[in-house]
Write a new protein. Structure first.
Length: 395
């Protein structure tokens, strides 16, 4: 579900499928009807299990610090679909998105919701003509609707097991999807990948005569985005910026950009003693636990959790139980949501409760940090209704 999309579909009488249908045939045909707005301009393409959004935010900040204009296409949303399409860090407005949807209302090719939004991003970027457009794949890479561009550079921050029902159950299968964004003669920047995944990426790059770039260390600069994994993501963005800017690259400007970068749901403080984090798979849960240990050593932690049923929730729970013995499990309105009762029964914590989005979050202890985590959809809904869910929360 893309929050806020229905109002545009209803206004412009657009009919799309909310299901996921991997493949490029439909989006390619639709874009051809629109005059191929994705052709021309300078693109960066990101695919990976975790780290795409943060790396994109870091790279956008570096490029803007060098005086370049930047378009971003993020997936999923922060509050609603407007912030999935950004220009120089600002979400696209309703008027401009409405203009794009009007263009799309004439398209005869049947599309999915995500294909519709992808096409809207390309239409807007063609109109506004930013110096660079940074495009984040929605899922996978090779068959993702964003994989119609010819990017100057590709970035693959990480590869781990996720979305197995679409991408396959092994690292090698998933890596082949992610490596599908690599283009002939164009470099690809890669993070610390499992060796099986790295073999696939290197094999693909060799076949396409694409240079593989690996950062040779961490940047060591202060960042607003916390955790060792964010230092790694920043290093990826730095390498990509060097390739994109060439002789115009400035280390000083790059570090200033990195220091200014922010992104919602990445260990983001939204209230005193309340943090939102979008950890929803094994790798991101590991990163969240490491960041909690680093940031709040020995401090009591309250985990508020709601997650989709296709995630490895048992593994995630076991990891979180190493840093917290206090859990609140949340029921939320989404067909993919795992019932809070399942989490409650699986949890080994002795301090646990079940709530829903209509309830008020219980009053917290004075020293306790609350980490609200799991589904990005849940976090988006809570951000919109924070005034009620957190009404009586006390720091």
């Amino acid at each position: 579900m893309i929050i806020g999309l229905e109002q545009y579909k209803n206004k412009w009488n657009i009919h799309t499928d909310s299901a996921i249908h991997p493949g490029l045939e439909a989006i390619t045909a639709a874009l051809e009807e629109l005059g191929n707005p994705h052709q021309g301009g300078r693109f960066v393409h990101l695919a990976g299990t975790n780290g795409k959004g943060s790396t994109a935010a870091f790279l956008s900040a570096i490029l803007q610090a060098h005086g370049r204009s930047v378009g971003n296409f993020y997936s999923p949303c922060i509050e609603d679909l407007h912030d999935q399409i950004q220009l120089d860090g600002k979400p696209v407005g309703p008027q401009e998105l409405g203009w794009a949807m009007k263009q799309l209302s004439s398209v005869e090719t049947p599309l999915t919701d995500f294909e519709l939004l992808t096409a809207a991003a390309f239409v807007i970027f063609q109109k506004r003509a930013p110096d660079f457009a940074i495009i984040e794949a929605g899922m996978g890479g090779a068959l993702d609707s964003t994989n119609v561009i010819s990017p100057d550079i590709a970035i693959i921050p990480s590869i781990s097991i996720d979305h197995t029902h679409f991408l396959g159950g092994t690292i090698e299968e998933i890596a082949r999807h992610k490596a599908g964004i690599i283009k002939r003669w164009k470099p690809v920047v890669v993070g610390e990948l499992p060796q099986e995944a790295m073999n696939i990426v290197q094999e693909t790059a060799n076949r396409l005569h694409a240079e593989v770039i690996e950062p040779d260390g961490l940047i060591g600069a202060p960042l607003k985005l916390k955790g060792l994994h964010q230092q790694k993501n920043a290093s990826l963005a730095l390498e990509a910026a060097k390739e994109l800017l060439g002789l115009d690259f400035s280390e000083e400007k790059a570090h200033a950009g990195l220091a200014s970068a922010t992104l919602a749901y990445r260990f983001e403080r939204v209230l005193p003693r309340v943090i939102f984090d979008g950890a929803h798979n094994k790798a991101s849960a590991d990163a969240l636990v490491a960041t909690i240990k680093e940031t709040f050593p020995g401090q009591p932690i309250h985990i508020v959790m709601g997650i989709f049923k296709d995630k490895d929730y048992v593994y995630i729970l076991r990891q979180l139980e190493t840093v917290s013995d206090h859990f609140t499990f949340v029921d939320f309105d989404n067909a993919r949501a795992l019932p809070a009762e399942v989490l409650f029964n699986e949890s080994r914590s002795k301090r646990k409760t079940i709530t829903n989005l209509c309830d008020i979050l219980p009053v917290s202890g004075k020293r306790e940090e609350t980490i609200v985590m799991g589904s990005l959809y849940l976090l988006a809904v809570l951000r919109n209704s924070a005034h009620s869910f957190f009404q009586h929360y006390q720091s």
